[in-house]
Design a protein around this ligand. Structure first.
Ligand code: CTP
Length: 131
């Protein structure tokens, strides 16, 4: 039976760490579905809007050859609904989230991948600000 993998993230100022995790997620199954967090959700989490708006972030992620479906994640509280609606057999996340999604083990397999070292959106923004 074909396996559907789901993952979530902001994917702002797209970088190699994003590519690596999406590639790893895709390698777990046959179909990769990516929930891209909305601009408002980011504002509520970090008190700042992403540099790239949600339409741009969605378009970037959707254009990757190993991504099959994308949708906008509007609420952190709806993870379970999203997993069920998109029929995820597996939820895969970077290990900065380790343990935080274990509650969904009752509806799918939950996997955490090591982050790519030494790169993040926050760090890129900080470096860019210095110029
Ligand atoms: N990720 C990763 N390795 C990195 C950066 C991110 O594996 N170096 C993963 C995260 O663990 C997550 C996904 O990429 O599963 C999306 O992360 P996101 O928060 O959008 O990227 P960050 O670069 O971590 O952004 P920020 O600095 O704003 O937290």
């Amino acid at each position: 039976m074909s396996k559907r993998v789901i993952t979530f993230g902001t994917f702002d100022v797209f970088h190699i760490g994003h590519i690596n995790i999406l590639e790893r997620c895709a390698s777990l199954g046959d179909t990769l579905i990516v929930g891209v967090s909305s601009d408002e959700l980011n504002f509520s989490k970090k008190q700042r809007y992403p540099i790239y708006d949600q339409e741009s972030r969605l378009k970037i992620v959707q254009s990757l050859k190993f991504v099959d479906e994308v949708f906008v994640e509007h609420s952190l509280e709806k993870k379970r609904e999203y997993i069920e609606f998109y029929r995820g057999d597996m939820l895969a996340m970077g290990d900065d989230w380790k343990g935080r999604f274990d509650e969904f083990n009752d509806i799918c397999d939950v996997v955490y991948f090591p982050r790519t070292p030494s790169i993040s959106t926050t760090e890129i923004i900080e470096i860019a600000k210095k110029f």
